[in-house]
Design a protein. Structure first.
Length: 207
């Protein structure tokens, strides 16, 4: 004859509560996307960012007004972009490859205490190679902090500004290209896409 096992009522109640808490703690992808949208909206509001449409950006000659802290919302990618400086020299030509020195500041908008930067000494610039084929840009990191932290893959959001930038080194009258970006997880690196994290970047590029 089998012996029946009986569990105290308190144990059963505790187990049910733990299961309920676990279910309540589970975040769906939709929940995470909502948190991302809220984080981006909060950042835009906190930084007094003025957003403009792509049509306005085109009308302005592909420029954003830094005096009013304008960012253009890019419809196809969801990236918010501010061109601080267009740069000097020439843009990347169709079929051309280039090696760029990159300095950047990165901030996770869902964890604003987390940031990565090579802007300050003693860090060397990150190095990335880039190729243009028509209006498509592909790029890889070959060394630096982004390479060490996230692999060779360049976030898609970083490639959005290149059709508007000139990439040569500084001159006596012009400085190197500089942009600010708000990058949603769909255009970010592996940590961003895997965790649904939006990031803010300030980046300079030069050959």
């Amino acid at each position: 004859m089998k012996k029946m096992k009986f569990f105290p009522i308190a144990t059963l109640v505790m187990t049910a509560l733990l299961m309920l808490t676990s279910c309540n703690d589970y975040e769906t992808y939709a929940d995470k996307k909502e948190k991302e949208r809220d984080a981006i909206s909060d950042f835009i509001r906190y930084k007094n960012i003025k957003t403009i449409a792509e049509s306005d950006f085109i009308d302005k000659g592909y420029a954003t007004d830094t005096t009013t802290n304008e960012f253009v919302y890019m419809n196809n990618t969801g990236v918010y972009m501010q061109i601080v400086r267009i740069g000097c020299g020439e843009p990347l030509r169709n079929g051309e490859n280039a090696t760029l020195k990159v300095r950047f500041f990165e901030q996770n908008l869902l964890d604003t205490a987390y940031c990565v930067t090579n802007i300050r000494d003693p860090y060397d610039p990150d190095i990335m190679t880039i190729n243009r084929t028509g209006n498509t840009y592909t790029a890889s990191f070959t060394s630096g902090l982004m390479y060490s932290a996230y692999s060779a893959s360049v976030p898609s959001g970083w490639l959005v500004p290149f059709r508007y930038l000139k990439l040569d080194g500084p001159t006596a009258t012009e400085d190197i290209a500089k942009v600010r970006l708000i990058v949603p997880h769909t255009q970010g690196h592996s940590i961003a896409s895997g965790n649904v994290y939006p990031y803010f970047y300030e980046i300079t590029f030069q050959r």
